[in-house]
Write a protein that binds this ligand. Structure first.
Ligand SMILES: Cc1cc2nc3c(=O)[nH]c(=O)nc-3n(C[C@H](O)[C@H](O)[C@H](O)COP(=O)(O)OP(=O)(O)OC[C@H]3O[C@@H](n4cnc5c(N)ncnc54)[C@H](O)[C@@H]3O)c2cc1C
Length: 328
C-alpha cells in the first residue's frame, strides 16, 4: 500500500490520502470513507494515475461535487478520484451568434452559467440552481423541464489509462438523466455551445434563472442535506407525486426522512446513515410499485459498500461499478 501511495503521488502531482471520509464530500452527508483519495493536478496527471491504478488492479470511481451520490456506510474500496475546479484551463471560442465554452470537468456547474453569461449566452437558466460539477452535469445529463446538458454539449475529453481523447456528444447517447461514457473513462473537459443573445434576451434569461432558484427555495428542502431528486420521473408523471400519493411524505428511518416539503427528496436530519437512506428508497419503490404498477428508477448513484447489502432490486442495475481496466 505504501508503494502504491508513493506511485500515485508521483503520478498525480497532487493530493493522495488514505481513509478519507466521503460523507462530508457528498451533499446528503452519509457513508463511509474512501480507501484512497486522489486529486490529480491536471488531465495528463489523471492519465498517469489511471495507469498506476490499472497496473495495481485497484478499482476507481470519479466523484464530482457529490450532489447526486449516496456512498454506502462501508465506504469505497479502491480509489476515489476528485478533480479540482482548476483541474483544466477553461477556454472560450467566440462565434458570431454562439460561443464554444470549454470547461474542466471539476469546475462547478455555476461556472458554466457565469461563463455563458460573460459571453451573452442565453438558454442556460435551467442550470443556475443545480449543484455539482461539470463532470457530474455531463454524466447525469443534468437538467430541468426547460433544458439539459445535452442541449449544449458538443464534445467531451476523456481520460483512460491509454491517454486523452475527444469524444463527440453524439456518441454519448445522451437522454433523460443518462449518458454513456466510454468504459473506464473519466471526463476531463466538456465543450459546450451556447447561443448568444441581444441584451434584452440575456436579461430575460437571467430573470428566469433567478425565478428558478426562488422556485427551488420554495419547493425543495434546501436547508437539510439531500442528494436532489431520488428517482427520475416516470414518463408522464412525477416521482414526488407518486410517493406522496402512497402516504410516505415525512416518513422516517433512523436519521433519514422522505422530505415533508418534496416527497422525491430524502433529507438527512443529522445522523442518517446510508442504510437509512436505502431503506427509504426501497420503501418508496415498493409502495409505489404495489399501488400503481410503476417501478421508480433511482436517479441518485449508489456507490461503494452498503451494509446491509443493497436490496436485490437496487443492485446491480443502479450500482455504479468501480471499473477495472480491461485486460489488453
Ligand atoms: C438540492 C439539489 C437539487 C438538484 N437539482 C437538480 C436538478 O434540477 N436537475 C438535475 O439534473 N440534477 C439535480 N440535482 C442532482 C445533481 O446536482 C446533478 O446530478 C449534478 O449534475 C451532479 O453533479 P456532481 O458533480 O455533484 O456529481 P456526483 O454526484 O459527484 O457524480 C454523479 C455521477 O457522475 C459521475 N462523475 C462525476 N464527475 C465525473 C467525471 N469527471 N468523470 C466521470 N464520471 C464523473 C460520478 O461517478 C457519478 O456516477 C440536484 C441535487 C441537489 C442536492
Amino acid at each position: 500500500m505504501i508503494e502504491l501511495v508513493s506511485a500515485l503521488k508521483r503520478a498525480s502531482r497532487g493530493e493522495v490520502l488514505r481513509d478519507v471520509p466521503l460523507a462530508p464530500r457528498t451533499s446528503v452527508r452519509v457513508g463511509g470513507p474512501a480507501q484512497l483519495w486522489v486529486r490529480p493536478r491536471d488531465p495528463e496527471a489523471l492519465v498517469a494515475v489511471l495507469g498506476v491504478l490499472c497496473d495495481a488492479g485497484v478499482p476507481w470511481f470519479a466523484l464530482g461535487g457529490g450532489a447526486n451520490t449516496v456512498v454506502g456506510d462501508g465506504g469505497v474500496e479502491g480509489a476515489v478520484l476528485k478533480l479540482a475546479p482548476d483541474f483544466a484551463a477553461e477556454q472560450v471560442e467566440e462565434g458570431g451568434d454562439h460561443a464554444l465554452l470549454t470547461l474542466g470537468a471539476g469546475a462547478p456547474i455555476a461556472r458554466f452559467v457565469s461563463l455563458a453569461r460573460e459571453q451573452r449566452g442565453v438558454g442556460v437558466a435551467w442550470a443556475a440552481g443545480i449543484p455539482g460539477t461539470v463532470g457530474g452535469m455531463v454524466t447525469m445529463n443534468a437538467g430541468t423541464a426547460t433544458g439539459a446538458a445535452a442541449d449544449h454539449l458538443e464534445a467531451v475529453e476523456v481520460a483512460t489509462p491509454d491517454g486523452l481523447r475527444w469524444v463527440p456528444a453524439a456518441e454519448l447517447r445522451l437522454s433523460y438523466r443518462r449518458c454513456e461514457l466510454p468504459q473506464g473513462a473519466v471526463l476531463t473537459r466538456a465543450r459546450c455551445r451556447v447561443r448568444r443573445g441581444a441584451e434584452p434576451e440575456v436579461q430575460e434569461d437571467s430573470r428566469s434563472a433567478k425565478a428558478d432558484v426562488e422556485r427551488r427555495r420554495a419547493t425543495q428542502p434546501l436547508s437539510l442535506p439531500n442528494s436532489g431528486s431520488v428517482f427520475v420521473n416516470p414518463r408522464g408523471d412525477f416521482a414526488g407525486r407518486l410517493i406522496e400519493q402512497v402516504g410516505l411524505k415525512g416518513e422516517r428511518r433512523g436519521g433519514a426522512q422522505i422530505s415533508d416539503k418534496h416527497a422525491n427528496f430524502i433529507v438527512n436530519l443529522g445522523d442518517a446513515t446510508a442504510a437509512d437512506v436505502v431503506e427509504l428508497i426501497a420503501l418508496a419503490r415498493g409502495k409505489v410499485l404495489a399501488a400503481t404498477g410503476i417501478e421508480l428508477q433511482p436517479e441518485v448513484r449508489l456507490v461503494g459498500t452498503f451494509r446491509p447489502p443493497l436490496p436485490e432490486e437496487l443492485s446491480p442495475h443502479h450500482f455504479v461499478p468501480l471499473l477495472r481496466r480491461r485486460s489488453a
